[in-house]
Design a protein around this ligand. Sequence first.
Ligand code: NAD
Length: 356
Amino acid sequence: MKARIAVLGGDGIGPEVTAEAVRVLQAVASKYGHDFEFSEALIGGAAIDASGSALPPRTIDACRESAATLLGAVGGPKWSDPGARVRPEQGLLELRRTLGLFANVRPVRTMESMLDASPLKPEVITGADILVVRELTGGIYFGRKSRTAHEAEDVCTYTTDEVERVTRVAGRLAMGRRRRIVSVDKANVLETSRLWRAVVERVLRDEFPQVEFEHMLVDAAAMHLIRRPASFDVLLTENMFGDILTDEASMIAGSLGLLPSASLGAGTNGLYEPIHGSAPDIAGRGIANPYGTILSAAMMLKLSLGLETEAAAVETAVEDAVSAGVRTADIALAGKATVSSREAGAAVVERLLSSR
Ligand code: NAD
């Protein structure tokens, strides 16, 4: 297959981790006979420094003309002045809007060799394999806001269209997994949640009859997620609940550096990035964990390019490297030597190329 992939390294450790993911994608291309063309562009603070904009037109074009976009991270102390006219995160928000991406997808899986890294007990998290699908463009974060000296309001709005489209993404993803969806809301209190519940139910019944689903109140979901994480398959939720639950779910895996994510829309184009930020405290030292970005590239292979075998091979190569002890400092085993970002990337490439 021939595909163009936009690569936006961004700020801090972003360019260091995307470089390793690109190396892995090049290895995938050579092993499986694909032709990937990489189109690099600026976003975030690096783009502000170069052009005054967090998302220059050339970057938008590069992403629009590509099958998918791989992103590192944006932001850092240099651009964090709250009074600044342009901020790095605006680039990311604008990019999601421009590409029509409305569903954020975060898999959380426990790797056997990482069970001890989680603050939760190994027997609780063993076998956890959850996919959180979060609505990304509606709800209270984007509703009307106002404030006087004595009162403030943030309005939470959802339309049926917004709920339908994110439910379809969850339904499609559930079909490729264990076909179970838990839809999270607060329907005992919120009107938007009652609409959410009705629409989710209709779309899943009519369009995904093979998918089993249940509704769960967000407070119960927060509890069950750490009490019995292995019982969840796909967890579908609105923007703010998803923001909170995805951070909670990331603790099941135990390490920020290992977790990938995707932002998807109605088509196959998507934005793939690790869940961590630009880690200014370790940027420029070549020690950042690239595995989360490499696993994001694996999600891209599967969800945007339809290359399931290749995606699975990359995931296996990462798991093998981690369990063989090829670990950056953030996931180091006590008393064991750590590797650089470059060495971690090379270990994945080596395993990928030597696998059958
Ligand atoms: P962070 O995720 O950048 O870092 C938190 C801690 O985890 C730090 O100690 C860091 O060194 C460590 N860490 C993170 N990723 C790592 C990796 N791959 N390997 C090894 N260690 C890693 O979060 P933060 O410190 O709250 O934010 C730093 C900057 O990143 C801020 O400007 C923030 O706005 C931005 N940020 C961007 C995104 C994004 O681009 N999507 C997401 C979160 C934060």
